[in-house]
Ligand binder design. Sequence first.
Ligand code: ADP
Ligand code: ZN
Length: 735
Amino acid sequence: MKYASVAVFSVIDALLTYAVPENLSVVKGCRIMVPLGQKLTTGIVIDANLKNAGIDTNRIKSIERVVDEQPVISDELIKLGLWLAQYYISPPGIVFSAMLAALLKVKSKKMIRLRADFTGAAKLEGNEKLLYDFLYKRRGKKADIRDAQSILNLKNIYKITESLEEKGALRSEFSAKVKEKRQPSKAPDSGAAEIETHKELTAEQKHALSKINSAIDAKKFAPFLVFGVTGSGKTEVYIKAAEHAVKQGKKVIVLVPEIFLTPQIMERFKRAFGERVAVYHSGLEEGERLHEWLKIKNNGADVVVGTRSSVFAPFDNTGLLIVDEEFDSSYKQESEPRYNGRDVAVYRAKMNNAVVILGSATPSAESYHNAVIGKYEMIKLEKRVHGRPMPDIKVVDMKADWQHGQELFLSDLLMDPMKETLKAGEQSILFMNRRGFSSFIFCKKCGHIEKCDNCDIPLVFHKEGNDMRCHYCDLSIKPSVYCPKCKNKLSFSGTGTQKIEEVITKFFPDKRIKRVDMDTMGGKNEYFEVYRQIKEKEIDILIGTQMIAKGFDFPEVTFVGVVGIDSVLNLPDFRAEERVFQLLTQVAGRTGRGDKNGIVAIQTYNPDAVGIKYVKKYEIEKFYQEQLSIRKDMNYPPYTGIIQFICKDEDHDKAEKTGDKLRAAIDEAIEINKISGIEVLGPCDAPLSRIRNKYRISILIKGKSRNDLNFIAREARKKLKGADVTIIVDPASTL
Ligand code: ADP
Ligand code: ZN
């Protein structure tokens, strides 16, 4: 009897063992159906040749049937997935189903056809000869291996086709179809790519490229931090490095943090690689996503550009991975599996002896630190291309200036330069970190605040849709007029992007204004359209949230105004200052990228905050040095690793009890195993103390050894059967 170890697509935390029936050809990397409890569930074969079941063979169940004719996941990705499951303490089946998101609802087929250039037919014998003759009769037409198998009554056809493929007799192709008869439509195009004018690289770019290219040639793992000011030509370096890797027969994965950034970067990569670029992100429709996945799998692309999950692109020979704006917290997935795409990219590079480039003008404190201590090689680009100046940044102290303001939240110091910009026919960006209209609905008489019933978080009034919404759950209710407690009329205050849009439209009735936030970017191709409109100067003022803060390159933008940032500064998280610093430096960097100089106005009530004062004069490294010394004192990353546990329950007492039990289990694991150097914080109410009707009790463990942290977390969890506890390794925020 043979056994297989299987990652079942469920929350089970281990691989399961199943018996392999004689009549099934079970291959590593294929999906199969297995009994789990009373149901049949999909799983991935991780190992098809276990001699020993390792458990009581009487209790072992058998694989029910095979879904795929060929592996849908390569050995490399299996290895990556197993590492990911281990490192992030995620169920392996959930990891593999996330890797295979494009394929979840479809069956794959393996199509084969003879190669015209094959000359060894006379030497074939047995089943190989049988299959060869079958294909020969079809005169070069494709055949499904399952058809071939049943017509020829062959066993183990997968092995036969593999051997014939190795001998050069046939070619195979991975094929799949979306179930409903809808044909996969192609990902929308951002329009014909312009002809590339030849760009002579700057001295800094040349230096960066030569280092990266030699690392690609060396075929060894090499991580780089490309730390280049906004507009220093980093993207240009990425493209050239990718060209070099592709020339060596390598594949390239390019990650960007935001779907909204894909049209522009796609366009730039398409100029270099034409149709050999695939795009991959969650905004694609099912059919499109499958289309792009197949393009990658079937060697139709050399480069994939996409968001977080593109790090799982099914390339076989990845030689270069690029993570743009590597600091961005959207690389961290907030549901299982809770991986960080950037860190997975580094690991995948390591597995492949490949080069990985982390790039940003504002790297994460972790990556900056890694570069300083020599774990990554630091490459600095300190100047903008062609000596273009950095934009001039003014910090507007709203405590002093608001009286002069035209509206409480718009100062003259912001409005005046914006008027100049618009008069000159140039474009402006206004940044506001919150969507909606009023972020605060309260009673002036009794102090009551309108909060979400499920989340204990203030509701935000949305003028579009005329409702009050919770930004943490789906709650949307009619706006209240009177205080539910004292019947006084409620006041609406606080600002969001909608209010700014309304006020700005009144100020500039003849200007073309576009708001970009999660509410306006719902539609499928919206972001392509907005990208085109800005590029073709059909928009004068762009108002938006962090979606528009980074990455973009629009030469005609010469003014950036930051209307709201203070609420980010006040978040009770150890990275709050870092986030503010990154957001502001990034959004400032959207101006003055063309021939004209840029101006930036940042409004704040906290001009002396660390995250703000260093932005003004581009004292980027000073900021990191100061931040790092605080982190060191406080024992926070990058000087320690962190694992956060969130115990959830509808009942506060129960959540608290789980927290206490967890704490005891953690302490016990530390004591019994004599582990030192671990700091445990909590249990205590998480800053977001209730979300989706569940109270949240948080425990943080910190320590220098990630292995120890991982071990403790696993040990402690064993004692918590049945409780709702989320484990977050390397949390992006501890709220
Ligand atoms: P970053 O990614 O560092 O923000 P980009 O690569 O977007 O910078 O470059 C900023 C702008 O300068 C882009 O419009 C780009 O096309 C242009 N650019 C980059 N490198 C050169 C170069 N060597 N010569 C001329 N223009 C360049
Ligand atoms: Zn809510």
